[in-house]
Ligand binder design. Structure first.
Ligand SMILES: Cc1cc2nc3c(=O)[nH]c(=O)nc-3n(C[C@H](O)[C@H](O)[C@H](O)COP(=O)(O)O)c2cc1C
Length: 195
């Protein structure tokens, strides 16, 4: 049994991304795992100020919900980030959360080339929705995920579920009319099958 923390970074509380994340959790639970969704609509996480207080053993100067999320992440086996595609990358809410991972870094006396510190080791998944469904639609977002979260932070990539063709945000969420609710359910069900 795995413990998965899902962070929902879409702007619409019951939008395409929230629905994708909910179906992902249903798949995980049906496979016997524990899944919790935190929506960044309700939990507030501000972007890092770069004051470096956290690097000198001091608490973060920003007063928001990051501490609560960091504690849940500490207890989780896997972090799933769910985001709409906003201007070809992840939402600002999720980017702010990733910036705050700065405070989770520990000194690494012998880091591999191009890394400076050590982060908690977790499995990681990217879930995204977008209006477009072209071959390049998610390229920037996936590239950032692979570079920052997998290569730099060192999370173990468990895969990306990229739901294109979900429509614009000027109408009701269109994801229910696509294959993605079922698709992400199956993706979740199979995630830790071999373990
Ligand atoms: C600010 C903003 C920027 C967007 N940028 C893109 C984009 O670059 N490419 C795209 O295909 N869709 C874009 N969209 C559409 C959303 O990605 C899409 O409607 C998504 O499913 C919305 O998720 P939600 O229903 O969870 O809010 C954008 C929507 C908004 C509001």
């Amino acid at each position: 049994m795995k413990k998965i923390l899902v962070i929902q970074g879409g702007g619409r509380p019951d939008g395409n991304t929230a629905r994708l994340a909910a179906s992902f959790c249903r798949g995980l639970r049906d496979a016997g795992h524990e899944a919790e969704i935190i929506s960044l609509n309700r939990a507030e996480v501000k972007g890092c100020l770069g004051c470096n207080a956290c690097r000198y053993g001091k608490p973060c100067v920003l007063k928001d919900d990051f501490g609560m999320i960091a504690e849940k992440l500490r207890q989780a086996d896997c972090l799933a980030l769910a985001s709409p595609l906003y201007f070809w990358t992840i939402s600002a809410r999720l980017k702010a959360l990733i910036e705050r991972f700065y405070s989770l870094a520990q000194p690494d006396p012998a880091p591999p080339f191009g890394r400076y510190e050590r982060y908690p080791t977790k499995d990681c998944v990217l879930l995204m929705t977008a209006a477009d469904d072209l071959f390049w639609t998610f390229e920037q977002a996936v590239s950032y995920y692979r570079f920052a979260l997998v290569r730099y932070i060192g999370f173990r990539d468990r895969g990306c579920y990229l739901a294109g063709g979900c429509g614009e945000t000027d109408g009701p969420p269109a994801i229910d009319g696509t294959r993605h609710i079922e698709g992400v359910y199956s993706f979740a069900k199979g995630l830790f099958r071999e373990e």
